[in-house]
Design a protein around this ligand. Structure first.
Ligand SMILES: C[C@](O)(CO)[C@H](O)COP(=O)(O)OP(=O)(O)OC[C@H]1O[C@@H](n2ccc(N)nc2=O)[C@H](O)[C@@H]1O
Ligand SMILES: Nc1ncnc2c1ncn2[C@@H]1O[C@H](COP(=O)(O)OP(=O)(O)OP(=O)(O)O)[C@@H](O)[C@H]1O
Length: 302
């Protein structure tokens, strides 16, 4: 173990797993293995889950938070599958990853289209790669095996994502736009949303502006020429998504759309005070909805 890794292993650490938002998601093809080719504009929220990692006698996962209930604590959890992946890659390099206690603060709703499990897995892999830089290339190459969203969460920056989720081109610049996330509480199975598609050969995203998106009007006008192709099948599974979108529009959102395979809807606002006020009203109007006022993580000098 090198000095950096020894320090990290001794100290443990904490890492954030921000929510992933598909601002636009076009399904452009279908492969023989059943996976779909995507073309998606992906950004990350300021907020999400949190992991803390401490040395332990044996591997252990504990979970708390509003969405802890029902999550597996065994190898069914993506966090422990990520640890297993890292340990097997490390072993190839003759590194023995010590046992750890991972504590997950689960703030993001499950099966909600904002990448919760993928974000958690990627966050743990990033922490391991920081402690053992020699593992970074292998983890980057292999993390797709944990799920199509894991590579984009591993990269952790706003990007145009293609392939089945593993080809990522960073967005040059992105403003710190105010955003509200709303989930009506019904999970959507990702395979079910994909299998409900009526077309699988949709056109790709329009080219992104070379300078990225620095102003909200410019981003909204780009998004109006795009879609989330999974929104129609997800709406057939959870019709309440339409009510969430309508309510966000009534609350003054500049733009709203479902993320990923749903059912979470993101809404962009002119500023954080408008977003905070809309979120507060929504919590009163629809107490059973999950409502989070957050921001898009900016990129570059926007
Ligand atoms: C909808 C998105 O969230 C958009 O970012 C992702 O494409 C889904 O990513 P994910 O949840 O990590 O997906 P995985 O766990 O790899 O796959 C779940 C299932 O979704 C379908 N799937 C997923 C990704 C993809 N590009 N094509 C697919 O058809 C497959 O049926 C797969 O069995
Ligand atoms: N750490 C984890 N957090 C959330 N879900 C997990 C985790 N580990 C395993 N899972 C399982 O993964 C499934 C859905 O995970 P997740 O919440 O990541 O879906 P999602 O929000 O639809 O993500 P995506 O945007 O990647 O489609 C659930 O069945 C859940 O039990």
């Amino acid at each position: 173990m090198d000095a950096l890794a020894a320090d990290r292993a001794a100290l443990g650490g904490a890492v954030s797993a921000p929510a992933k938002i598909n601002l636009a998601l076009h399904v452009t093809g279908r492969r023989e293995n059943g996976y779909h080719d995507l073309d998606s504009l992906v950004v990350f929220a300021r907020d999400g889950d949190h992991l803390s990692i401490t040395p332990a006698d044996q591997d252990q996962l504990t979970i708390e938070g509003p969405f802890a209930a029902g999550l597996p604590l065994d190898r069914g959890n993506l966090v422990l599958r990520a640890l297993d992946l890292a340990r097997s890659l490390a072993a190839r390099d003759g590194i023995d990853l010590p046992p750890v206690h991972i504590h997950l603060q689960k703030n993001l709703p499950l099966s909600s289209g904002i990448g919760g499990g993928s974000a958690d897995a990627a966050a743990l892999l990033r922490w391991i790669a920081d402690a053992y830089p020699v593992l970074a290339d292998g983890l980057s190459a292999e993390c797709l095996s944990l799920g199509a969203d894991v590579p984009m969460c591993w990269a952790g920056r706003a990007a145009r994502v293609r392939g089945i989720g593993e080809v990522s081109a960073p967005v040059a610049r992105l403003g710190r736009f105010a955003m509200v996330l709303v989930n009506c509480g019904t999970p959507v199975s990702t395979p079910a949303a994909f299998s409900g598609l009526e077309r699988r050969d949709n056109p790709p995203l329009p080219a992104l502006p070379a300078g990225g998106f620095t102003d909200l009007g410019q981003l909204v006008s780009y998004l109006r020429d795009t879609r989330n192709d999974l929104e129609a099948p997800a709406l057939r599974i959870v019709p309440e998504i339409a009510a969430v979108s309508r309510t966000l529009a009534d609350e003054g959102a500049a733009f709203q759309r479902m993320s990923g395979s749903g059912a979470t809807v993101f809404a962009l606002f002119e500023n954080t005070s408008q977003a905070d006020a809309a979120a507060a009203r929504l919590r009163t109007r629809q107490p059973h909805w999950w409502v989070a006022a957050t921001e898009i993580q900016p990129m570059g000098e926007a």
